[in-house]
Design a binder for this molecule. Sequence first.
Ligand SMILES: [Zn+2]
Length: 207
Amino acid sequence: MPIYTLILAICFSVNAFAGDGHDHEHRHHDAHEHGVGEFNLATDGQKLIIEIELPAHDVVGFEHEARTKEQKSAVNAAVEKLKIAGQNVSIPSRANCKADAAAKVESGLIKNDKGHEHHVDGHHDDGHHDHDHKGHHDEDHASGEGHSEFSIQYSYKCSDIDKLTQVEVPMFKNFSRMKKLKVQALTASGSVSVVLTPKQSVINLGQ
Ligand SMILES: [Zn+2]
């Protein structure tokens, strides 16, 4: 079933970010484009999983580690906002979806208790080349700062999932630097691939 492929892909990407922990000039994921996030939606039976990855730039305006009090509180405020699924993703009530787990929000901008650590060489032989700055000439990065993302996961159980004909994404209103969201959706009625913008923020799932 393709659904599992998507879920695996989602899990893999979540783990990739979770394992990063902090941003570092040599840590590049697939270099993202500022203003462009990714939104993956998948259903499996009554389960609905939504995974969103946003450049940290789009969320808080910077991608380096939060150092000042202001930066840390900006990150914390953004995390709190992202945890309120209903403000970021709007699911039609007729589908009767209820959150079946707390929203997961991760970012590498605030370190947890580990403090500053340096990467061992093993991180660099995974096929990613250093300084993978394709098309990125953002001034934010000229100083050698790497990219960093926010990773968000919402999961639901929907008793009328066949009525899940569309999902609206009002999160553009919460984060004004977001310009595009690349959506990949996979439901019982097929797959949908669409790019959302602040003016067109509805995913039609084709049921
Ligand atoms: Zn970036």
